[in-house]
Design a protein around this ligand. Structure first.
Ligand code: SF4
Length: 441
């Protein structure tokens, strides 16, 4: 009789970096011959990939573990929450195994132990690009793990360790495999993208027999030669970020920079342990726009950090007025178990935090709306994400998937495009988040 092939259920929570971890684990499971189940009931065991970044994420992860235990019973926990002292086992002593993030090998060992494959499994062929959880035409490319900074509000370095860059040849091979499999856009992610290679002393790596330094600019230039969209996320504002601007101006990578500034008051930035020269930042932004007028700048900010006065907050609003960033995310500060900022004096009242967040977002909505309005009448290339009888949903170079707006195109009787197609459009309208366009010939 044919042995039943063990089936693993997979629940993945958290950020794009956690998604990449999940892809690696699923790829290994499939490569070894395991099946991936679609429901708790048809799985023999469930892996829950957790997030432990903020308290809300901890609660969501614990809830997911509880649900998997109730519905299935055999559960392995991985991800950031697994790295937090005993939180998982204190709540659910019955889970089979717990690992931290970026732990494909440990997860596989636990799976082998609790759900071994039959003696002669049907090993399935697996595409060389691995299994992807994102739509087929875009993919996240994780270039490093961990972070060497010690921002006071953040526990990622404690959870994920110091910066560990992937070898350049390995990153490029994965990128090439993805492109050959039909991916049209690579989203470069890590905790600290611009630090790539620092931990390896910028040693020389090899790709296609060519020596290339393991360094941010060199990696980005090599990715830019693959003929697909390359989008940079989580770029820490180091001075050497300026080196990739010419690559954007030359059209080798997308003119898009996701660069978290977090605040603009020098006092708050200093307390956060972030670069604190706001005037320099404004001058740099201006220089970037001179080198590459098309550049889209996305950033995130924290309001209500301990000690933030009305004056500090006004400095932040002034910065936004001057910087006129294209896309902005704003979080209210919250204490995260284990973060140094928890012990700082001057903790801000929740109501005031929410009020500041609303004021910031109101100002930014006006700025973003103006920036988008400036695009009306322009022609551009967009990448199609989804097609329905009502509309074609696409993105231009200025919109990253899931975090930014979209370009909405009305169907016009032409043969509909497919997700993953590049098409030409003219922008005809805008609102504070999205653009509206008509398709060109
Ligand atoms: S740079 Fe980012 S990941 Fe690193 S400590 Fe600061 S906030 Fe955390």
């Amino acid at each position: 009789m044919t042995p039943r092939i063990p089936r693993i259920g997979f629940v993945s929570l958290g950020c794009p970096k956690a998604l990449v971890d999940a892809e690696h684990i699923i790829t290994r499971l499939r490569a070894e011959g395991y099946h991936i189940g679609n429901s708790y009931q048809d799985a023999d065991l469930v892996v829950v990939n957790t997030c432990g970044f903020i308290d809300a994420a901890v609660a969501e992860s614990l809830e997911a573990i509880g649900e998997a235990l109730a519905e299935n019973g055999k559960v392995i926990v991985t991800g950031c929450l697994g790295a937090k002292d005993n939180v998982v086992l204190d709540n659910y002593p019955q889970v089979l195994a717990v690992t931290g993030p970026h732990a494909t090998q440990e997860v596989m060992e636990a799976v082998h132990h609790h759900l071994p494959l039959p003696a002669q499994p049907f090993a399935e062929l697996i595409p060389p690009q691995g299994i992807k959880l994102t739509p087929r035409h875009y993919a996240y490319l994780k270039i490093s793990e961990g972070c060497n900074h010690r921002c006071r509000f953040c526990i990622i370095p404690a959870l994920r360790g110091k910066l560990a860059s992937r070898p350049l040849g390995e990153v490029m091979q994965e990128a090439e495999n993805l492109v050959q499999a039909g991916v049209r856009e690579l989203l470069v992610i890590s905790q600290d993208t611009s630090a790539y290679g620092v931990d390896l002393g910028y040693r020389t790596g090899f790709w296609g027999g060519r020596p290339i330094k393991t360094r941010f600019r060199e990696l980005v230039a090599a990715l830019g030669s693959l003929g697909v969209w390359i989008r940079l996320h989580y770029v820490y504002p180091y001075p050497h970020v300026d080196e990739v601007l010419p690559l954007m101006a030359e059209g080798r990578i997308l003119p898009y920079l996701d660069i978290p500034f977090q605040h603009a008051s020098p006092k708050i930035l200093k307390s956060m342990r972030r670069p604190a020269h706001t005037e320099n930042t404004l001058a740099r932004i201006q220089r970037w726009r001179e080198i590459c007028p098309e550049i889209t700048l996305r950033s995130t900010f924290i309001v209500g950090y301990p000690g933030e006065t009305e004056e500090d907050f006004e400095l932040l609003l002034d910065f936004l007025r001057q910087a006129r960033l294209d896309r902005v995310g704003c979080f209210t500060y919250s204490n995260v178990a284990g973060a140094e900022a928890n012990d700082l004096p001057g903790q801000i009242d929740e109501e005031l935090k929410a009020e500041r967040q609303a004021r910031l977002m109101e100002l930014q909505a006006e700025i973003s709306a103006d920036r988008l309005k400036e695009k009306i009448g322009r022609s551009m290339t967009v990448l199609v994400d989804a097609v329905s009888p009502e509309a074609i949903i696409a993105r231009s170079a200025a919109e990253a998937p899931e975090v930014d707006g979209v370009v909405v195109i009305e169907p016009d009787g032409q043969t509909p495009p497919q997700p993953g197609d590049f098409i030409q459009v003219e922008i005809v309208n805008s609102d504070p988040h999205d653009l509206y366009a008509r398709r060109l010939g």
